[in-house]
Design a protein around this ligand. Structure first.
Ligand SMILES: Cc1ncc(COP(=O)(O)O)c(C=O)c1O
Length: 390
């Protein structure tokens, strides 16, 4: 028992000394889940409403609507803006595939823009190069928790009459001038998948200041039914509701909502620990020849979702070799992400007008080190010493 407790690896590999990620689930979280399980209402109930109000307050948005995951948050936000067949949505080439899938699921075409070499956020020039008469929206991703240049993106969107939907899957707690990521455009979409800064296991949220978007998302997530369970059973006949458009089952249940409420209470502390761990890696690795450490932005809150190094020529080792050597030393690492243009689905269904030079070059160089809120200095030292030794 003692031994099995020591294995932190998700795949139970005893040779792993430092996992890549580790969600932080405390006794408080477990108690919240158990309490929610005692309730006679297990979905579409008071815990969801409570989680939504707490998240709206946390992000400073008027509305927050809980959904089943980050992908459904993106899909419903796009649909709320009537984006579909024949429309184009500009997204970055380096992001998780879900950003593209959400666009494809509406029938629209994702248009891949290049990213910046320094922070891996969507390139403003590439957005401009990709605008056509079919463009309906820009969908920036606040990559690894670093906020995109929203002032400039808003200017471009305004000039061309485009919507902005922010993919905030990496940006729980990211702010610029005290304004939370997701509140700059028309809607902000969050994921609470277990790798994220806090988790509901599966889960997501749409934030918006638009009553119309909020209404569409909250109806469409529940089969298009015009009333909540509470409304249906508190007065009149529960079966008397209407459905105007086909909807989805993208609900967030009471158990996940209870976990979300409990995790949200700890997010500031968890993000602070991430920031300290980020600074520790930077302090120890920035002098290492051939390595570029990630920027930690000043004057803005950076949710420090991932810790991504860039391997330069002077390092005398290719990124894939470093990945293997770390693994042989019991350290898991990964790459965020393989660029979208490399996927068959995007080759078939996406479009791009740009050379995507930066994303192609970055893909050879980037590596994400083990990173999670409770990573210890001992674990970080193992990673740092291994890199230095190599
Ligand atoms: C950038 C980005 N967008 C969208 C998603 C989709 O979120 P989910 O997995 O909750 O559907 C994720 C996460 O996995 C992500 O990292």
């Amino acid at each position: 028992m003692k031994n099995s407790k020591k294995i932190k690896d998700a795949f139970n590999d005893p040779s792993i000394k430092v996992p890549f990620i580790l969600p932080q689930i405390t006794n408080d979280d477990k108690k919240s889940i158990n309490d929610a399980l005692e309730s006679p209402l297990l979905t579409d109930g008071p815990k969801l409403r409570q989680f939504e109000s707490a998240f709206a307050e946390f992000t400073g948005s008027k509305y927050a609507i809980g959904v089943s995951n980050g992908t459904s948050a993106l899909q419903l936000s796009l649909k709320a803006l009537n984006i579909g067949k024949g429309d184009e949505v500009i997204i970055p080439d380096i992001t998780f595939i879900a950003t593209a899938s959400a666009v494809l699921l509406t029938g629209a075409t994702p248009v891949l823009a290049d990213v910046n070499c320094d922070d891996l956020n969507i390139s403003l020039n590439s957005i401009k190069n990709n605008i056509t008469s079919k463009t309906k929206a820009i969908l920036p991703v606040h990559f690894a928790g670093k906020i995109c240049n929203m002032t400039e993106i808003k200017k471009i969107a305004h000039r061309h009459g485009l919507f902005i939907i922010e993919d905030c899957a990496h940006a729980i707690g990211t702010k610029k001038k005290n304004k939370h990521a997701g509140t700059f455009g028309d809607a902000g979409c969050f994921s609470f998948y277990p790798t994220k800064n806090f988790t509901t296991i599966e889960g997501g949220m749409v934030i918006t200041n638009s009553k119309r978007i909020a209404k569409y998302v909250s109806t469409a997530r529940n089969h298009g039914i015009t009333k909540s369970l509470q409304q249906r059973f508190s007065r009149g006949r529960p079966w008397e509701y209407n459905v105007f458009d086909p909807g989805y089952n993208y609900r967030l249940d009471e158990i996940r909502s209870a976990l979300g409420i409990s995790q949200l209470k700890k997010i500031k502390k968890m993000n602070l620990r991430r920031k300290k761990a980020f600074q520790y890696y930077n302090a120890k690795l920035h002098m290492c020849k051939g390595i570029t450490v990630p920027l930690l932005s000043h004057g803005e809150e950076h949710a420090c979702h991932l810790y991504i190094l860039k391997i330069q020529k002077e390092y005398h080792m290719l990124r894939n070799e470093l990945f293997l050597k770390l693994l042989r030393n019991g350290i898991r690492s990964s790459v965020h992400y393989k660029p979208l243009h490399e996927f068959s689905v995007c080759k078939k269904l996406a479009r791009w007008n740009d050379s995507l030079r930066n994303s192609k070059e970055l893909y050879k160089k980037i590596i994400s080190l083990p990173f999670y809120s409770q990573i210890s200095q001992i674990e970080q030292d193992k990673v740092i010493n291994c890199i230095k030794k190599l």
